[in-house]
Unconditional design. Structure first.
Lengths: 309, 256
C-alpha cells in the first residue's frame, strides 16, 4: 500500500509548555480524500504546520510519498500543496503574480508558470481578476486564489485547512466540485473543516484529533455505521401535542406542529408513519435532526475530554 | 546553482524589485529629494563658505559620502521593511513551505535590497552631477565598495526584520543606530579635522571605513587604510551572512 502521508509518534510541545501533539501516528493512503477533524485547539493546525515545515516537530517521523522530511525535506515539499486557514498572501500583489511567483519558488520556468496560473485561475473563476491587487478580492475569491496557488506546482498531496470557512453555500459547492475533480484525477486530499456535513459527504476516511491525540481513525462509512441512534424531525399537519407515543420511541414535541423522534440505528420508520396515520396525523415533511458525523464527533470529543479531565 | 534554485532566486529578486518599483513614490523619490536638499544646503550654500577639503571643493568631498549614505539606508530599509511585511502578512509562508533553500531566500531578499540601494545611489549620483563634477579615481574600487556595502546593509536589514515583532522595531535601528553612525562616519567631514581622541573614537565606527573606501574610489583620498576597509567589509559580509542563515534556519520568529 502506497501512503501519501505517514506520521509516526509525532510530538510537539511549544515553548509556552502547551503540548499540541502527543504521540500522533497516522497514515493516509495515496488517492484518498481524508478528513482530519477536531475541535479548536485540538492540534490540527500544528499537525499541518509540521507537515509543511512552518512548525518544527519535537519528536517523531513524517514522510510524504516516502520522502522523510528530516532526510530530504525539499523532495517531500515538492509533493505537497497547502491551503492554510488564514489568508497568507501579499495583499498588494496582483492575483496572477501571486500564483506565478509560487510556481517560481518551486523552480517552474516563467512561461510554464504563466500557463499553469492561467489554467488554475480560469478553473477557479479568477481569470477576470488576474490583474487586480489581491486585496480587492472578496473572501471567497481569496480562498480560491489560495487553492490556485497551492495547485500551481501540481502537488500529489493537497492539504486544505478549513478552506470553506466564511464562504457562502453556492460557492462552497462549486469549490467542492473542483476539489472532488482534483481528487478524482489522483491528488490525495487532506481536509480539515468545521462543516462536518462536508467531511461526511466528501471524505472516504477520517481521523478525529483531540488534545493532541488521535481518538478515532477509520473509514467514514464504518464510523457512521457505529452510530447507535438517529434523530428525525417530523413536520405534522396538526398539533404534535395530541400525538400519543409508546415509551420506547423517545419522542419530543419541539413546536406546535413539530415532533422529534429518536430511533435505534437500523430501526424501520414504517411503524412511526403507521402510528401517526392511525391517529389521523399526516406527515408534511421529515428531515434528520443533525448531521450524523456531527453527532458522532460531539460524542467522541466529549468522551475524550472527560478522560483528559 | 541548479536550474530550479536559479529560478527560485530570480523569482524572489524579481518580486522584490517589482515591489520597490511599484511604490517608487515611497522608495525612490524621497531619498532623491533628501539628497538633493543635502547637496543644495550643505554642498552648495554652506559648502561654498567652508571652502576646500584637501584638494577638493566641499561639494565634491561630500558627494561620495551622500551617495554611500543613501545606498546604506535604502538597502537596509528595503530588506527590513519587505521581509518584516512578509512575516506580518504571513506571505513569507509561501516561501517557507516551498523547496526554496533558506540561503536562496536570504540571497534573493538581500539582492533585492542591494538593487534598491544601488538604484537610489545612481539617482543621487545623477543629481549630484547637477551641482558638481564627479571625478572617478578607480571605477573598479568604487563599484566593488558600493556593491559590497549594499549587500552588507541588506543583510543587516534582514537580521532586523527577523527579530522585529512590530513595524516600530524596524525603524528603531535606522533611527538610533544607523543614522548617528552614518552622520558621524565621515560623510560630511574628514576625521583629520577632529581632535586626536575623537579621531580614535571615530575609527571604531564601521561606516567610516565604507565611506572612506568609496571616497577613495571616487576622489583618491581617504582617512583610513583602503585595504583594511575592504578586508573589514569582507569579514563583516561573511559574519552577517552566517548570522542571517543561522536565524533563517533556527529562529522561532520564523518557525515555531
Amino acid at each position: 500500500m502506497a501512503f501519501a502521508l505517514e506520521i509516526e509518534h509525532l510530538k510537539k510541545r511549544y515553548d509556552t509548555g502547551v503540548v499540541a501533539l502527543d504521540d500522533v501516528s497516522l497514515k493516509v493512503e495515496e488517492g484518498d480524500f481524508f478528513a482530519l477533524l477536531g475541535p479548536n485547539g485540538a492540534g490540527k493546525s500544528t499537525l499541518i504546520s509540521i507537515i509543511c515545515s512552518l512548525v518544527t516537530k519535537g519528536a517523531g517521523k513524517v514522510s510524504i510519498f516516502g520522502e522523510d522530511i528530516d532526510s530530504d525535506f525539499d523532495a517531500a515539499k515538492r509533493h505537497l500543496g497547502v491551503v492554510p486557514q488564514e489568508f497568507n498572501f501579499n495583499i498588494f500583489e496582483k492575483v496572477e503574480d501571486i500564483v506565478i511567483n509560487q510556481a517560481g519558488y518551486y523552480g517552474i520556468e516563467r512561461a510554464e508558470a504563466r500557463a499553469r496560473a492561467a489554467h488554475y485561475l480560469e478553473q477557479l473563476g479568477l481569470w477576470e481578476k488576474r490583474h487586480q491587487a489581491s486585496r480587492y478580492l472578496s473572501g471567497g475569491m481569496k480562498r480560491r486564489l489560495m487553492i490556485a496557488r497551492a495547485l500551481v506546482h501540481q502537488p500529489r498531496l493537497l492539504v486544505l485547512d478549513e478552506p470553506t470557512a466564511g464562504v457562502d453555500i453556492e460557492l462552497r459547492r462549486t469549490m467542492w466540485d473542483f476539489i472532488e475533480t482534483i481528487n478524482a484525477q489522483g491528488t490525495t486530499i487532506i481536509l480539515t473543516t468545521h462543516y462536518l456535513e462536508e467531511a461526511e459527504s466528501l471524505c472516504r476516511n477520517v481521523a478525529i484529533i483531540n488534545h493532541g491525540r488521535i481518538i478515532e481513525r477509520s473509514g467514514m462509512k464504518s464510523l457512521l455505521a457505529s452510530l447507535q441512534r438517529e434523530t428525525f424531525i417530523f413536520d405534522l399537519d396538526r398539533s404534535a401535542e395530541q400525538v400519543i407515543f409508546p415509551d420506547h420511541y423517545h419522542a419530543n414535541v419541539l413546536e406546535d406542529n413539530c415532533l422529534e423522534i429518536s430511533l435505534d440505528s437500523g430501526q424501520p420508520l414504517n411503524p412511526v408513519f403507521d402510528m401517526l396515520s392511525k391517529q389521523g396525523v399526516n406527515v408534511v415533511s421529515m428531515r434528520n435532526k443533525v448531521n450524523r458525523l456531527e453527532e458522532l464527533f460531539v460524542g467522541l470529543v466529549s468522551t475524550s475530554g472527560e478522560k483528559q479531565l | 546553482m541548479n536550474k530550479s534554485i536559479r529560478i527560485s532566486f530570480l523569482t524572489i529578486v524579481r518580486k522584490e524589485v517589482r515591489r520597490f518599483l511599484r511604490i517608487w513614490v515611497q522608495t525612490l523619490i524621497p531619498p532623491a529629494i533628501t539628497m538633493a536638499l543635502y547637496l543644495l544646503i550643505f554642498g552648495n550654500l554652506i559648502g561654498s563658505r567652508i571652502g576646500q577639503m584637501g584638494d577638493f571643493s566641499y561639494m565634491a568631498f561630500v558627494v561620495p559620502g551622500l551617495i554611500m549614505m543613501s545606498v546604506i539606508n535604502n538597502a537596509y530599509a528595503n530588506v527590513s521593511a519587505s521581509f518584516y511585511s512578509a512575516k506580518f502578512n504571513k506571505s513569507i509562508e509561501e516561501l517557507l513551505v516551498s523547496p526554496t533553500p533558506n540561503y536562496i531566500i536570504l540571497l534573493g531578499y538581500v539582492c533585492g535590497g542591494a538593487l534598491r540601494g544601488l538604484l537610489v545611489g545612481l539617482l543621487v549620483t545623477l543629481l549630484s552631477r547637477i551641482f558638481t563634477e564627479i571625478p572617478v579615481h578607480s571605477i573598479s574600487l568604487t563599484v566593488i565598495v558600493v556593491v559590497l556595502s549594499a549587500l552588507l546593509f541588506s543583510m543587516a536589514g534582514m537580521i532586523n526584520a527577523i527579530y522585529a515583532n512590530t513595524f516600530d522595531d524596524i525603524s528603531i535601528v535606522p533611527t538610533f543606530v544607523l543614522t548617528p553612525l552614518t552622520y558621524l562616519g565621515g560623510v560630511f567631514y574628514s576625521i583629520s579635522i577632529l581632535p586626536g581622541f575623537w579621531q580614535g573614537v571615530s575609527q571604531i565606527n564601521p561606516i567610516l571605513y565604507l565611506v572612506n573606501a568609496f571616497r577613495y574610489g571616487m576622489l583618491g583620498v581617504s582617512d583610513v587604510n583602503i585595504w583594511a576597509s575592504l578586508a573589514g567589509i569582507a569579514v563583516f559580509l561573511v559574519i552577517l551572512f552566517v548570522c542571517c542563515l543561522y536565524l533563517m534556519e533556527h529562529s522561532k520568529r520564523l518557525r515555531q
